[in-house]
Each structure stands twice: as C-alpha cells, then as structure tokens.
Design a protein around this ligand. Sequence first.
Ligand code: UFG
Length: 344
Amino acid sequence: MAKILLTGATGYIGSHTWLALLAAGFDVVGVDDFSNSSPEVLNRLRELSAQAPVFVRADVNDAAAMDAVFAEHRVAAVVHFAAFKAVGESTAEPLKYYANNLGGLIGTCAAMRRHGVKALVFSSSATVYGEPQFLPYTEAHPLAAMNVYGRTKLMGEQILRDLEAADSSWNFAWLRYFNPVGAHESGRIGEDPRGIPNNLMPYVQQVAVGRREFLSVFGGDYDTPDGTGVRDYLHVMDLAEGHVAAVRYLLEAQRSVTVNLGTGVGVSVLELLKAFEAACGHALPYRIVDRRAGDLPSYYADASLARKLLGWQARRGLQQMCDDSWRWQQANPDGYGASAEVQA
Ligand code: UFG
C-alpha cells in the first residue's frame, strides 16, 4: 500500500488523519517538531492502531532531516498540516506566522521536489473566502483573507498554484476546512490547545470539565436566528476521512482539486452549547459579551463539490461531535499534559 508522509502529524487534525489513513490501509510516516503538540500522541496512536507509529521528530525546514525521511521511506504523497493557527497571535506576530506557515510549506515542497514526490494535500481554510458575498460559500467564491493567519493560507494556496503552473507534473489538493471539532470516538486522542483556548469547542469542553468558570459568547446581536455567530462545525474524523479521499484522488486521478470540507449546515454558538449540555449532562454557564474583533456573523459550506469529486461527505452530526469531544475531555481533563511530562 502507498506510504503517505504527514507533516504536523501529532497535531489535532494530523493525529486523527493518521488513524484514518491506517484504517484505510495506507502506510504512514509522521513528522512533527512538537512545537504545538505532545509526544504522548504517539503512545495513543500505538494503542489505537495496534502498531508502532513510524515517526521522525523534525522541523520541516530542516532539509537534512527531510532528505533522510524521503531517503528512508518511499513516499507516494504528502499531507502538509504543519502550521500555526491562532488568528490573534498571527496579528501580533506576523513574521512568526509567515516564516513558519509559508517557510514550512516551501521547505516541504523543496524536499519533495528533490526526491521526485509531487502529490501534496494542503490544509487550507474557509477563512480564505473572507466577507461572504453569498452563502453557502462555493469554491468559486472570491478570495479575500481578513487576518495574517488567513493570508498565510491564501498565499500558501497561491504558492502551490504557481508551482503547478511551472511544472504540471505536480498535483495538489487544496482542502478548505470549515470548523473542525470533536475527537476520535475512543476518547484517546483529541484537541489539546496550549493556554487559554481561542476556539469555541475547546473552551466549552474546559467549562464542562471545570477548568474554566463560564463561556464568553462573543456577541448576541448578530443578524442570525438567535443572535450568536453561526459556523459549519465538522467532526474531525469526517475531516480526517476527507483527507483519505483527497489522497486517493491525487494518486488515482492524478489531477489537482480544490474543495470545501464542511457539512453544509450552520450551527449557532448557543445551539452548540445546548448540544454539549446534553452530552455532559449538566448546564454550562455562559455570558454574552461584546463581539470579538474580526469575527464574521455567519458562514457555512456548499459541500457538494467534495461529494462529487472525492465521493466524500460528512457523516457525523452535531450531537456526535459534542459526545466525542466530551468523552475525550472527561477522560483527559488536562489533555495530554501529565503523561507528556512523564515521557519527556
Ligand atoms: N466563540 C465564542 N466564544 C469563544 C470562542 C468562540 O462565542 O470563547 C464564537 C465565535 O465568535 C464564533 C464561533 O464561536 O462565532 C466559532 O469561533 P471559533 O474561534 O471556534 O472559530 P472561527 O470560526 O472564529 O475560526 C475558525 C478557526 C480559524 C479559521 C476559521 C476558518 O479557528 O483558524 O475558522 O473559517 F481561520
């Protein structure tokens, strides 16, 4: 079976995709520098897959380390997750974001080219669409990122389009994720953000487990059914399976593809909170506060192209997203924290 290289392999989406690829029969080699993930993930992957994960600790910009990976492993395609993703931090530290997100992408592609590997799946984001001109967003929606993080994704897409224009033997899958949430159904791997969570679901999880006092709902006066922000939340295992479908497409059709990965369903902050209360079995305190600067009122995907081209669609609903997030958070109230220290 084909071997797939994952960069950012021990991160939230990387670790779930790793399992999905193994379940689909692919071989996987993972690379991560642990700059925003825990080595404990590898123990969990070993347990869940009943095999030792093939892993190299390296920065994708370390050309010698990447050359060694490609020399040792016959890689058919790369899934490039390695990137920073905090919108607020990206505004405060643009150089850090451009250097890591674009430098890492260029370093990865340069290593691939040295070794004749020319199929890459790129983690892009719905954020590249910017202010909605129409909803749901289709892949043809105009592109206009609204912050530094979003611009690293938009520029990353462009770099790869330029590479394909210069050498048509490259094939890319540009996957525009909506809002990934949830955890593997085992509850053994999940999202473990460092510090105070920026995103809704991890924050709600921490309120549910008692690590935070209440949820601040950013804005209650948007032009949405209940006044709170609406997003297209997507179960991380559905997202992981979307990557498997994209890898298959690259290897079989040998063509590039740009698709949204979402459910097509918009869910408000208060709807998500209610579903999480049903999952954890108790009320979750919240306060409506001011809007967060830069947030859009509402957006969701037209997910039909991924279905048509990749044969992929999201299968897991909001309640399962919350149930699986809760299973993970309840069993690991401090994330990977304690076990990671033991290993280090
Ligand atoms: N929200 C709260 N309270 C919180 C956190 C979030 O009310 O503590 C609200 C937000 O205002 C928004 C919704 O919950 O209405 C979702 O917010 P997230 O921060 O979870 O997600 P965003 O949609 O803002 O951003 C996400 C990713 C970005 C990515 C973007 C792409 O975090 O990396 O989707 O569409 F760029």
